[in-house]
Design a protein around this ligand. Structure first.
Ligand code: LHQ
Length: 257
C-alpha cells in the first residue's frame, strides 16, 4: 500500500490504496514508517517527495478499521503505534520534503502533507480538516502545523467548519507553497524535487531545525540557536563551495556535504 522508489538523490513515497482514496490502515502506516526510516538511513538521498496514487492524496484514517476508533484506549494506542512515529520520522528527516497533492487531502492525510516542508498541489486538489465531521479532533500533527502555516483564524475556521479548501485558496493563505494546473503537477513536482536535491543539503537541514525551534524559543534563544546552526553550516563543504562560487561569479555546485 506504499510505493517507495529512489531516482538518483530523490526518494519518492506514494500512498497507494487508490480504491479507498489512500486512507490509512495500520499496515500502511507501518510501511510508511519503514520507508521513512530507509530514507533517513540513506546518505545518498537529498530530497523526498510524498504523493498519492489515483484521484486523492489521502482520506485520513481508514474508518472501516474499527479497532482504531473502538475506545479511548484504542485510539491512543493506534496513534502512538502508527501515526506519531511516522509524523516524527518525517519531521526529523534531514533532507527537504515535498508533498505533491493531486486530489483531496483529508484528516490525517492533510496532517501528513502539512508535515512536509513544501506542498505543491494541483488546482483541483482540496484540503479538508475532516475531523469535526465525524466528531473527532485534529491529529497526525495537523494541530501543530496548520496554525503555524495559516494562523489561528484559518486553522480554527478549517477545523470547525470542516469544509474543503481549494488549492488556490490554500496558496493564497500560505497553507501550501504553490498551486499548479493539474497537468503540470508531475513536472513541477519533479523540477522542485530536483532543485532541492541539488541544493546545500546540510544547510537545508539546519534551516529546518532553526524554524522548528522558533515555535517555542524566545528571541534571545533563537538568536543563540541561529549562531549555533550557522557555525555548523559554515563548516560544510557546500558553504565553502557556495561562497567561493559567489566570489568567482559562477554557479555553485553543491555536493550535499
Ligand atoms: C474511505 C475513507 C476513509 C475508509 C474514503 N476510510 N474508506 C486517526 C486515528 C484514529 C482515529 C481516528 O482518526 C484519525 C485521524 C483521521 O484521519 S480522522 C478523519 C478520517 N477521514 C475522514 O473523515 C474522511 C472520510 N472520507 C470522506 O469524507 C470522503 O471519502 C472524501 C470527502 C474524502 C471524498 O469523497 P468522495 O470523492 O465522494 O469519495 P467517496 O466517499 O465515494 O470515497 C471513495 C471510496 O473510498 C469509498 O469506498 P467504496 O467502497 O464505497 O467505493 C469510500 O468509502 C472510501 N473511503 N475515505 N477515511
Amino acid at each position: 500500500t506504499i510505493l517507495f522508489e529512489r531516482k538518483d538523490a530523490v526518494a519518492r513515497i506514494t500512498l497507494n490504496r487508490p480504491d479507498k482514496l489512500n486512507s490509512f490502515t495500520g499496515g500502511m502506516l507501518s510501511e510508511l514508517q519503514a520507508a521513512l526510516a530507509e530514507v533517513a538511513a540513506d546518505p545518498g538521498l537529498r530530497a523526498l517527495v510524498l504523493a498519492g496514487s489515483g484521484r486523492a492524496f489521502g482520506a485520513g484514517q481508514d474508518l472501516r478499521e474499527a479497532h482504531a476508533v473502538d475506545s479511548p484506549a484504542a485510539v491512543g494506542e493506534h496513534l502512538a503505534r502508527y501515526y506519531d512515529p511516522a509524523m516524527k520520522k518525517l519531521a526529523a528527516l534531514e533532507i527537504p520534503t515535498l508533498a505533491s497533492v493531486n486530489g483531496i487531502a483529508a484528516g490525517a492525510s492533510c496532517g501528513l502533507a502539512l508535515g512536509c516542508d513544501l506542498i505543491v498541489a494541483a488546482r483541483s486538489a482540496t484540503f479538508l480538516m475532516a475531523f469535526a465531521r465525524i466528531g473527532l479532533v485534529p491529529d497526525g500533527g495537523s494541530s501543530y502545523w496548520l496554525p503555524r502555516r495559516v494562523g489561528l483564524t484559518r486553522a480554527l475556521g478549517m477545523t470547525l467548519l470542516a469544509e474543503p479548501v481549494t488549492a488556490e485558496q490554500a496558496e493564497r493563505w500560505g497553507l501550501i507553497w504553490e498551486c499548479v494546473d493539474d497537468d503540470a503537477l508531475a513536472s513541477r513536482t519533479e523540477a522542485l524535487a530536483q532543485q532541492l536535491a541539488n541544493g546545500p543539503t546540510r544547510a537545508y537541514a539546519l534551516a529546518k531545525r532553526a524554524f522548528h525551534g522558533s515555535g517555542t524559543n524566545s528571541f534571545e534563544q533563537q538568536l543563540a540557536l541561529e549562531a549555533e546552526l550557522q557555525a555548523l553550516a559554515v563548516g560544510t563543504a557546500d558553504a565553502r563551495e557556495g561562497i567561493a562560487a559567489f566570489l568567482e561569479k559562477r554557479t555553485a555546485k553543491f555536493s550535499g556535504r
